[in-house]
Write a protein that binds this ligand. Sequence first.
Ligand code: SF4
Length: 276
Amino acid sequence: MVFMKENYIASVSFGKDSVAMLLMLIEREYPLTEVMFYDTGVEFNAIYHVRDQILPILEEKGIKFTTLRPERPFMYDMLEKPVSSKQKGDHLGYGWCGGLCRWGTREKLNALDRYAKEKDALVYIGIAADEPQRLTRMETYKKAPLAEWNVAEAEALSYCRAKGIKWIEDDNQTVDLYDILDRVSCWCCCNKNQKELRQIYLNLPEYWNKLIELQSRLERPMKRFRTDPEFGDLGDIRNLGAYWAAKDKEANRTRDKECDNISYFCDKDGQLALVI
Ligand code: SF4
């Protein structure tokens, strides 16, 4: 790569790809003057923990750290901002962010682009080698070092883990977000699939409760899932939670019944054996 800029900015969300990119840029001694982080205000706590692990490295290397934020709080835009649209007329709030209506992403990209252009910077972005569709949409002042180095998403995660970076959420230090989610995005992102929502329901009840609270304030269901004859539209995550609670209870009851029918004894070698 040939560089001739004064400002070299890494756009870092503190997810696995951008963290791997940042640490590799430093390791490979690429020109890097600044790191910019767009804080939506609805990041998982783990993102802020990882940021706090990285900040001393930046300080040591003399790399400036800048946080950009939305013009208005994310939740205001989601729930309260007066909005006029063709489909819904006048109403309050853009609603869930994700899918075709990624109003938060639009604002984030605009803010990052504005900042980078003001600085006439070359911007490194954390797009991995196995995300070709994102690479085709890239402006000329942006570079995707991971893709150039042929680093795929899984490799970026392994690299971060080898460096001791973990996206831990719970107090017991047992849940790493990358073990339970396909993508670590805003906690309220409606792009989450059913498997990810189930993991949040099981492992991160405080976020699940926040999602339920949001759903109770939004008319539109978070997801388009099937309708269950007993629980109704499962895209409304209040129904989905009730459905899972009932299914889990039923599964526990069945398991308990099976256990009641099992007798344990020790065989002649002292090994535990069971008879059904
Ligand atoms: S991650 Fe999801 S919620 Fe956050 S800005 Fe992007 S689309 Fe919106």
